[in-house]
Design a protein around this ligand. Structure first.
Ligand code: HEM
Length: 353
């Protein structure tokens, strides 16, 4: 199969997606001419950067973050009264993603509005496919990040997670140069903000059309709830694809591809491969967990998974403890390729009796 616009081979079976993601020697992640840390790195350089950054997403760090996220969720839902209609993606997902991420990184709440604006512009630029717009949005984000980084170099700066990142030393004993810091923070932010808002839309829609499951989810323990959310994201995967570039001549996605060909791993299609999942719409959190590709596979599998999982669980619990989620007056609209899930999903929150 090939992408109709770009003619790139598109990998849409589960077996081939896993094989390609697990073979970084043949399928390199150096797909962009821009610095992408760690996304665009390969081999030992990539592994060293993953090791260096792993402590920022450790289980211990997530345990410390949980009460802050619970405060964020309570603060967001606090003012909402019975019968309020809102957009699950914009009003809930985006706001929660920005506030949750700021709690993790130690960023000021004053940045919230600018980050929300940036997310919308980034989303539009991705959809437009216009390099000039993408560059403009990237430069805007760089300016935000550089000022955040510079503030962490002041002698009286608070020692938050971003301060730790700015002062961390790599294997060469040096702190990370500004372009590397900006790239890391861009990938964390890009990974978190946009995808998380889309995930909130997908999960909200699932629950709106299955009211009985809202009661069922209330009774799940943390591990079961995480598996349930992962399974909903498998069925309607909002993080659709990633690219690789071949380092030698290969036969992939049913065709010959010479060295240097860009290929697309379509996670959303692979996550619905009937050969592996039978009926792809069948909800089976425990049975499908080991085959779920929402967070990728291989050495580039999402390092932000523990954060995303925690954020989604905390929001789901906060929502379901106070409300039942009903359909809004409008049906909403699906996101357009290359994004998945819902672009907009009006919902009504009914206070629990
Ligand atoms: C919200 C739901 C999220 C989804 C569905 C998701 C999905 C993914 C997937 C499929 C990959 C694999 C990319 C590849 O193979 O090329 C990935 C990589 C990555 N994700 Fe996430 N992600 C999410 C949240 C996050 C969060 C919260 C962060 C950071 C805090 C994050 C940071 C990253 C980074 C840095 C990579 C690149 C890793 C590497 O190349 O080694 N993601 N993500």
């Amino acid at each position: 199969m090939a992408d109709q616009k770009t003619e790139r081979p598109v990998i849409s079976t589960h077996a081939e997606a896993v094989a390609v993601a697990r073979d970084p020697v043949t399928y390199s992640s150096r797909v962009s001419r821009f610095l992408q840390v760690p996304n665009g790195m390969d081999g030992a350089e990539h592994a060293a950067m993953r090791r260096l950054l792993a402590p920022f997403l450790s289980p211990e760090r997530m345990t410390r973050l949980q009460p802050l996220l619970e405060e964020v969720a309570a603060g967001l839902l606090g003012p909402i009264t019975d019968g309020t209609e809102l957009d699950a993606v914009d009003d809930l997902g985006s706001r929660y993603a920005v506030r949750g991420q700021s709690a993790w990184l130690g960023w000021s709440p004053d940045l919230e509005d600018e980050l929300i604006e940036w997310m919308a512009a980034n989303h539009e630029a991705t959809r437009s496919g216009e390099p000039a717009r993408t560059r403009e949005v990237a430069e805007w984000f760089d300016r935000i990040i550089v000022s955040i980084v510079e503030a962490r170099r002041e002698p009286d700066a608070v020692h938050d997670l971003t301060w730790e990142l700015v002062h961390i030393r790599g294997e060469d004993g040096q702190t990370l140069p500004d372009p590397v810091l900006v790239s890391i923070l861009r990938n964390w932010t890009g990974g978190d903000l946009g995808s998380l808002a889309l995930c909130v839309g997908v999960v909200a829609h699932w629950l709106v059309v299955r009211p009985a499951m809202q009661d069922e989810w209330d009774g799940l323990d943390d591990a079961q709830l995480d598996a349930a959310i992962d399974e909903v994201l498998r069925i309607d995967d909002p993080f659709t694809s990633n690219r690789r570039v071949t380092t030698k001549d290969v036969h992939v996605a049913g065709r010959d591809a010479p060295a240097g060909t860009q290929v697309v791993i379509n996670w959303a299609e692979a996550n619905r491969d009937p050969v592996v999942f039978g009926d792809p719409d069948r909800y089976d959190p425990a049975g499908n967990a080991g085959k779920n590709l929402v967070y990728g596979a291989g050495p580039h599998a999402c390092p932000g998974r523990p954060l995303a999982t925690l954020e989604l669980r905390v929001l789901a619990r906060a929502l379901l403890s106070r409300f039942r989620i009903g359909a809004g007056t409008d049906r909403g609209s699906r996101a357009k390729s290359p994004m998945g899930g819902w672009e907009s999903l009006p919902i009504v929150l009914h206070a629990r009796g």
